[in-house]
Design a protein around this ligand. Structure first.
Ligand SMILES: Nc1nc2c(ncn2[C@@H]2O[C@H](COP(=O)(O)OP(=O)(O)OP(=O)(O)O)[C@@H](O)[C@H]2O)c(=O)[nH]1
Ligand SMILES: [Mg+2]
Length: 315
């Protein structure tokens, strides 16, 4: 599922402005001819029909533009529960459906009222009453329209993950994770000399033999559950839910700003249920003593590829 292409959701004010403007334009273009009472009725009925069309088609489009959560892979639904106000999100679609029904109902009712009106000077009043009621319906769902727009912006940051064997690159900020992604795959993701460069989840692909492997570079995490931001929470979920194998990037030079000891603690935190390979970054900057002292088993780039292949074959 591609969450990047959901179009913006307009506010209630914009929707109403658009609907009323379209109605005015179309009605002006509609020539007045024949019996005056009939002509006014035709014009006003046309206006309310256009308002109904514009609003209901916009609201229906919102319902179509967002993915149906029931049909999404479980990773995506979990991501939504983690990053959105899920009850409000679901309730907002209910609000769209409610408004669609209400607007159509009002349009039918007021079309009837206009048709029955005998006094041409009263028709404008009936229309205005319709406009008032429609405005109030649309304003009632403003909170929901605004929430869907906020949710869209959050969903835009979701990773476009594929159902492939998945390797996750993990480690503290600025240790060289993205550099490893670029070395391992054909990705050309941004690398920079400061922490938190990667603000969304980068994906790269690696072909070993006939196998396509997805490599996800999750943003640097400080692994503090209480203080995690949106992307860090996504990173943790990706790791838990999707990683078939974890590549832990260890910066022995400590130039990334994290001590060897701290990095060892983070490495230990990784659950025993995942296979974890350690990759040493910035060895060119590390002092040789640190390298000698370093206990955990670590792999070269070539060994990483071999290990990935071995694991893919096993699955
Ligand atoms: N000398 C040297 N520099 C490296 C090496 N690997 C990465 N760097 C540098 O370290 C800095 C951080 O690298 P990134 O790959 O952006 O690190 P990151 O872990 O993705 O960082 P965040 O996305 O911010 O978490 C960059 O300036 C890289 O050029 C290496 O092996 N040797
Ligand atoms: Mg990065």
């Amino acid at each position: 599922m591609n969450f990047q292409t959901i179009p913006p959701v307009e506010s209630s004010k914009k929707l109403l402005d658009l609907a009323f403007r379209k109605a005015r334009e179309k009605a002006q273009a509609n020539e007045m001819r024949g019996d005056v009472l009939k002509a006014i009725k035709r014009k006003e009925s046309l206006k309310i029909a256009i308002i109904n069309d514009v609003l209901t088609s916009h609201l229906n489009k919102i319902l179509r533009d967002f993915p149906e959560t029931e049909k999404l892979p479980s990773f995506n639904t979990k991501l939504m529960h983690l990053t959105l106000d899920f009850p409000l999100f679901k309730q907002s679609f209910g609000a769209m459906r409610w408004a669609i029904g209400k607007i159509s109902f009002l349009q039918r009712g007021y079309k009837g009222k206009i048709n029955q009106e005998k006094n041409r000077f009263h028709i404008g009043e009936v229309s205005r009453e319709f406009y008032g009621r429609i405005s109030s319906v649309v304003k009632q769902i403003d909170k929901n329209l605004q929430y869907l727009e906020a949710a869209r912006k959050i969903m835009r940051t979701y990773p476009d993950v594929k159902d492939l064997f998945t390797v996750c690159i993990y480690g503290f900020p600025n240790v060289g994770k993205t550099t490893l992604l670029n070395k391992l795959t054909t990705a050309k993701a941004e690398v920079a000399a400061y922490a938190f460069t990667t603000k969304s989840i980068n994906a790269g692909y690696l072909k070993i033999g006939e196998e396509m492997i997805q490599v996800l570079d999750v943003p640097g995490t400080l692994a503090r559950p209480d203080k995690m931001n949106l992307i860090e929470r996504q990173a943790e979920l990706v790791l838990e839910e999707l990683a078939d194998l974890v590549l832990f990037v260890f910066d022995l030079s400590e130039q990334g700003g994290y001590s060897v000891e701290k990095q060892e603690q983070l490495l230990k935190k990784l659950g025993k249920d995942k296979k974890v390979l350690v990759y040493l970054s910035k060895v060119d900057l590390a002092d040789s003593e640190a390298l000698k002292r370093f206990k955990p088993k670590h792999c070269s780039l070539a060994e990483i590829k071999e290990e990935i292949m071995a694991k893919v074959r096993k699955e």
